[in-house]
Design a protein around this ligand. Structure first.
Ligand code: S3P
Length: 222
């Protein structure tokens, strides 16, 4: 029935509302469902810590656990420069490597839904620490010098190609202690632990960290 044209108008209006809702539901659903299905405390996480503390392994597992993308800054540098880290150190020197490293850190700030694994020396530059801390929680992984030695002795880490690597590990750990402490939202030990155990501890602490951020200024859990 025409009903002075009112019925059609109402009908059109209703259809539009229904259609708008359908469109809205479709747009929202892809992103929102993912967010709702994966209950995670944060969507940008960085891992820092000395060589051999397990950043790559734990970072990968953490990214799977929270449905995030895993990014290893050393791997990005190798891919972009088409060189191995050791060769960059050898042909261009450590200073050039550190420049690349800062540039990659800067670029990770624009990303979201990621776990970033940084190199062991990344946090030595105050500007890198500030950049990382400004974007999200930085988790510092730790391990004893002996564990670090055992985990790195067969690798080609340029800084550990010395006569006495264990001594070098002690020395570097001492020089870097303050920087790791400054950047850390919290520390997690990977010594003699199963990786899944470490990942669960990280997730628990991330929830606490997130709660703390919601209640107060950014800082460390420790
Ligand atoms: C370095 C650590 C390495 C790599 C480079 C320098 C460092 O990364 O970035 O060899 O200064 O501690 P990993 O911590 O992943 O081994």
């Amino acid at each position: 029935m025409a009903n002075d044209g009112k019925w059609e108008i109402t009908k059109e209006f209703e259809t539009e509302i229904v259609e708008t809702r359908v469109v809205q539901v479709e747009v929202v659903s892809s992103e929102e469902t993912r967010r709702l299905l994966v209950d995670r405390p944060v969507s940008w996480i960085a891992l820092a810590g000395f060589m051999g503390t397990g950043k790559s392994r734990i970072g990968w597992e953490l990214s799977r656990r929270l449905s995030l993308t895993f990014i290893d800054t050393d791997k990005v540098i190798e891919r972009v420069s088409c060189m191995r880290i050791g060769d960059i150190f050898e042909y261009y020197g450590e200073a050039t490597f550190r420049e690349y490293e800062s540039e990659v850190v800067r670029r990770t700030l624009r990303l979201d839904e990621v776990v970033i694994s940084t190199g062991g020396g990344t946090v030595m530059r105050p500007q890198n620490r500030e950049m990382l801390k400004s974007r999200g929680p930085v988790i510092v992984l730790t391990a004893s010098p002996e564990t670090i030695y055992l985990r790195t002795r067969r690798s080609q880490r340029p800084l550990l190609q010395v006569a006495n690597p264990i001594e070098k590990i002690y020395e570097l750990l001492e020089t870097r202690k303050e920087a790791y402490g400054d950047v850390a939202a919290f520390h997690v030990s990977t010594d003699n632990r199963h990786s899944s155990d470490v990942v669960e501890e990280i997730v628990e602490k991330l929830w606490l960290w997130q709660e703390q951020q919601a209640n107060g200024p950014k800082g460390s859990l420790e």
